[in-house]
Design a protein around this ligand. Sequence first.
Ligand code: AMP
Ligand code: MG
Length: 316
Amino acid sequence: MDPQLIAQAVALLRAGQLVVFPTETVYGLGANALDPAAVERIFTAKGRPPTSPLIVHVAGVAMARSLALVWPETAEKLAEHFWPGPLTLVVPKRPVICDRITAGLPTVGLRMPRHPVALALLREAGFPIAAPSANPFTRLSPTTAAHVRESLGSSVALVLDGGPCEVGIESTVLSVAGPEPVLLRPGMITREQIEAVIGPVLLAAEAPPGAAHLAPGQHPRHYSPRTPLTIAGQDALPAQGRGVFLFWSKPASASKSILLPKDPSECAARLYGLLHELDGQGWDWIAVEPPPLGPEWQAIQDRLRRAAALGSASLN
Ligand code: AMP
Ligand code: MG
């Protein structure tokens, strides 16, 4: 990426403006995390409710430590192992992180992204960047700059185009703020991979009630295309209207059928792009075959349940 564009983006962020930038998960709508007025603009641009905390992006562990009141041993190990990458660590926050970012919680979600443009931006800025996905609230996250321009268009000062996102769905969110680590949102870094580094991890549904593992902003309907989406086998497709069936095992006879990648990483990378595309084609419905089972499919299962507004035990 042109260093001049990065410098322009940093100047805008410094001036309190919003900048869209690519990360390996999805495109982010960024503001200087240390500027409460700029952070406020994110909520306005997205129509995001104030109860939904923002992830703060950092250039490295040193910056993460400067924002965390406590930086537990587990956070250190996980950062060493998975950063830069699609893992958000929730830790107790310092006062420098305003309550608006954390939806009033005493904790903050921190992540060092691995996309070269995101890293260049963070390094050049020298300050942390608060950024949710760059889409209107409840809509599909953008995985290309074109998706962002279609949905947020004029409300942002600059969109940095870094090509299609490599991971394609939102980061894994893990709280290490309490006595036991809790998985708040599944992602392509799986619970099993995390457990291999730090030992047992609870799922949000297993955490004791009242534990400091709140995961606000986890709305059952999220990540939705405008076209109604259902999860259904090929023998249970909607009877009315024209639809598309997305499948792994067998196409349906009566509708347009699209084969999804059998590799979970490839599927995640393709999923939102495909849904964005289908959303523009005027179908009456999109049906998706129940995803394969297994830990590496957990994040895709979660996102599809939310896209279908079925809710889920976990998050966002
Ligand atoms: P996104 O919309 O992809 O930026 O994801 C933000 C999500 O991360 C929120 O909706 C929460 O589910 C989670 N999150 C961020 N900060 C925190 C926090 N301090 N505590 C718990 N969950 C958080
Ligand atoms: Mg989002």
